[in-house]
Design a protein around this ligand. Structure first.
Ligand SMILES: [Zn+2]
Length: 180
């Protein structure tokens, strides 16, 4: 928790995010300010595919890419599209606690058994699938991962403002991740 900044009042929003779509996202979702009307996307949100999370944001406000662990490494073309064609200037990268992509290796047996039983796969094919992809998607810690992913994206898209955040599933609020 010491690496997280909780936002329950407007003055807790970090200065760097004032008057930006990142600040607006925090106001809409955490502070429940009235939703404005948008004709054009202001923001790209990268968040986990996990079912336990939903955001309170206006229509048309954001592009959203959902991928396990908020890992955008394999969604780069979509990120580029939102920036180039969608003209968004900010990315909010939202990890969450209790993420299924943490310690993926411990879910190996359940994953393989589940693919065999629920999808009709051969056991061998399911094992190979897990062995091939698990290392690409496994993350060790939700907060550290989102911080490192934010750093990577800043190098890749230097003119874009990138904000690492954590969604806590206990209170459904967004927390800004401290950096530096
Ligand atoms: Zn997750």
């Amino acid at each position: 928790m010491d690496r997280l900044i909780s936002i329950t009042k407007p003055d807790q929003i970090p200065l760097a995010y004032h008057d930006t779509p990142i600040g607006l996202l925090l106001k809409y979702h955490n502070l429940r300010t009235p939703l404005d009307t948008y004709q054009q996307a202001q923001l790209l949100i990268g968040m986990c595919m996990d079912n336990r999370k939903s955001l309170r944001i206006p229509d048309n406000f954001a592009y959203i890419i959902r991928a396990g662990g908020a890992n955008l490494r394999y969604s780069e073309f979509k990120v580029s599209y939102a920036i180039a064609v969608g003209r968004v200037k900010c990315i909010s990268l939202i990890g969450h606690n209790n993420c299924g992509m943490v310690n993926l290796a411990t879910k190996r047996d359940a994953f393989i058994k589940g693919l065999v039983e629920n999808a009709g796969w051969d056991r061998e094919m399911a094992e190979e699938h897990f062995m091939h992809f698990a290392p690409k998607f496994e993350i060790r810690n939700e907060v550290e991962f989102v911080r490192s992913e934010a750093k990577r994206l800043r190098l890749r898209y230097p003119k874009v403002l990138i904000a690492p955040m954590l969604y806590r599933i206990e209170d459904n609020l967004l927390y800004v991740i401290k950096e530096g």
